[in-house]
Unconditional design. Structure first.
Lengths: 203, 203
DNA sequence: AACGATAGAGAACATTTGGAGAACGTGCAA
DNA sequence: TTGCACGTTCTCCAAATGTTCTCTATCGTT
């Protein structure tokens, strides 16, 4: 899939992801052009269109900043592991007959998702440790209690639990008793995405 | 097959594969020439054509970077998600340029592995919560400090951190201050596997 | 010495790829 | 609401690239 892209199209794809990593939002065409050294928005648009055709990116037509990362659609059946059962403290393994395998593809993959490596202990009581990966789905609004990636003042990105207060302010609450919740006016907080999954590898 | 090639053709074939391994894409003729010490694109093209006749390589005519390795099915990252960066509390997102995607396959898949759904809070301080999945690799012996699935008296299966004591006994230590460690003679404890990964789905 | 096989340089050409910029309509913020 | 910014489409152009040629050189064999 990546192999049928031209050099410039591949660079465009990388630049979109890099911009998303740095600024928290996908770039506009002029910004993409600046990153790539291209003056013409038309040229950038042609490259983005090629990425859409390749299925790597989605675009909301006409919208400003309308580029979205597309998830690679997994082939069903390829990423399955046997699901043996439920382990209970003090109980033998319990077989689960109806749910014989778990499809990791359905577990994690989807459009507009990306992975972040977590650094720090601010969510440790929610079971998200230093070094864990979180799968984030790009959304602009999240519900109370969801764990979100939030951009504060367009600069600082944090991973916190979200609470929308009645007075219009927003509380970003760490899952760590040593850290205090942060309260901001809604205008200063921009939701970048919600955590849909978490994964950890033991070496 | 390879025996019918001349020295230079064999070197060309190796250079193509090396470029693919190193850069992720097949080389253009000029790049191939540089790797081989050849000035003329025409000469490189002749060598590539010989590889096509030998069935080792395929070419999309006219396309830039049109060389494809024959027999290599381009199944690029069926299970890959973009790995955007590292998120730090209070810091902007930090890009990870060299590690652009995470392959969930390599993360989880492997021989002798299966998945268990965890019930209970006995490992909560190790970031393994009630309802999480753990990927377990079947082994019979584990090292100190590893999280293992252990069978006690052939009946009760538990998920605990392992410690082999000097007197031959085995300590199964929960990651939960409310629960006490359990000490058994080694004869009563059978290791079924070690936890190699953990994953959790929100919603 | 003659010959064929292998290999390289470079010219010439067609096509692909990439870019600039104008023009237009619309989303979006002041 | 209005003005601007932005996405979109278009034409024209230049450079890069693949492709095909011819000419030359080296080496081993007959």
């Amino acid at each position: 899939m990546l192999t049928e892209l031209t050099d410039r199209q591949r660079q465009t794809y990388d630049a979109i992801r890099e911009h998303l990593a740095h600024h928290g939002v996908t770039p506009k065409l002029a910004e993409l052009g600046q990153a790539l050294g291209i003056q013409s928005r038309g040229v950038v648009h042609r490259h983005v269109r090629a990425l859409v055709d390749a299925g790597l990116v989605e675009v909301e037509p006409g919208r400003h900043r309308g580029i979205r990362l597309a998830g690679v659609v997994p082939m069903p059946g390829v990423m399955e592991l046997p699901l043996l059962g439920r382990i209970v403290a003090g109980q033998p393994l319990e077989a689960i007959p109806d749910e014989a395998t778990i499809d990791l593809g359905q577990f994690f993959m989807g459009p507009g998702r990306f992975v972040l490596r977590v650094q720090g202990d601010s969510m440790i009581e929610a079971g998200i440790l230093d070094g864990d990966m979180v799968v984030v789905k790009q959304v602009e609004h999240a519900a109370n209690g969801e764990i979100v990636v939030a951009l504060i003042d367009g600069e600082e990105a944090t991973l916190k639990r979200l609470r929308n207060n009645r007075d219009g302010s927003v509380t970003l609450q760490p899952a760590n008793r040593a850290l205090a919740p942060m309260i901001y006016p809604a205008s200063r907080v921009q939701i970048q995405g919600v955590v849909v999954a978490q994964l950890r590898s033991y070496r």
